[in-house]
Design a protein around this ligand. Structure first.
Ligand code: NAP
Length: 240
């Protein structure tokens, strides 16, 4: 039987019950990783687990708000207790808000975008890096967005939060350059999710990348073969 690619790895998938997070968690589980997903709603996690029966050593979940540093620290303590390891962090947490120009926006939308798209990644990364340094290995992938490169009229807060995330993880990559830890971002444009199909019923879905295709890129970034990719932002726009 061929060796599975992530047989000896533990992967934390933040936002693992979301559209992309589910595909990433399922792909790691299929490749033999022990997968821990964060979630906020129990029924979503239960539905995800029931689809995963029989694939790999299994998926466990932790209900946590990833913007809560105390909750994330407790989650890490649990993962690392009794000699546990954490090899991989993939942050798929994020959310979109748009439709207003900057001068029409309110402060709560600003806080929400920064919290979801920037703070969650910061809280998670600062929690896992010390363990990865101690272990002498680690891989981090943050999911950004094409909007982070700017020119997003009507979605400036989303764009700014994703630009912040790109800069945060790029800077983190520079900070861990002397450790065997890979830090990268993937940068999707629109991809094929039930929410996007519902929001854009007349769109040509065929041209949208599938979450499973983006997940494959993320798995590659977390593999030994991608060791030389560090501090990169990999565009996964497909033909959109
Ligand atoms: N969909 C697209 O076309 C698109 C395009 C470009 C970039 N992206 C980015 O790709 C990533 C994944 O997108 P997606 O469409 O898969 O999103 P999604 O389906 O909405 O999933 C996001 C997940 O994050 C979770 N989450 C939100 N806030 C959280 C918090 N504070 N703590 C813990 N979990 C939290 C959500 O849980 P709840 O369900 O409980 O809220 C959900 O499971 C995001 O970063 C998004 O910005 C998406």
């Amino acid at each position: 039987m061929p060796q599975l690619r992530f047989q000896d790895k533990v992967a934390l998938i933040a936002g693992g019950t979301g559209a992309l997070g589910r595909a990433v968690a399922a792909a790691f589980a299929r490749e033999g990783a022990r997968v821990i997903v964060t979630y906020r709603r129990q029924p979503e996690f239960d539905a995800f687990v029931s689809q995963q029966q029989g694939s790999g050593p299994g998926v466990t979940g932790v209900m946590v708000d990833a913007t809560d540093a105390g909750g994330v620290a407790r989650m890490l303590e649990g993962i690392l207790s009794n000699g546990g390891m954490l090899d991989i962090l993939v942050n798929t947490i994020g959310g979109y808000h748009g439709g207003k120009r900057i001068w029409e926006e309110d402060l709560s939308s600003y806080e929400q975008m920064m919290s979801l798209n920037l703070k969650a990644g910061f809280v998670l990364a600062r929690a896992v890096i010390p363990a990865m340094i101690r272990q002498g290995r680690g891989w981090i992938v943050n999911v950004a967005s094409r909007a982070g490169y700017g020119q997003s009229p009507g979605a400036a807060l989303y764009a700014a939060s994703k630009a912040g995330a790109l800069a945060l993880f790029d800077s983190l990559a520079a900070e861990v350059k002397s450790f065997p830890i890979c830090v990268n971002s993937v940068v999707p444009s629109i991809f094929d999710t039930p929410a996007n199909r519902q929001a854009m019923p007349a769109a040509d879905y065929a041209s949208w990348p599938k979450p499973e295709e983006i997940a494959e890129v993320i798995l590659f970034l977390c593999s030994q073969q991608a060791r030389i990719i560090h501090g990169a932002a990999i565009l996964v726009y497909g033909r959109t």
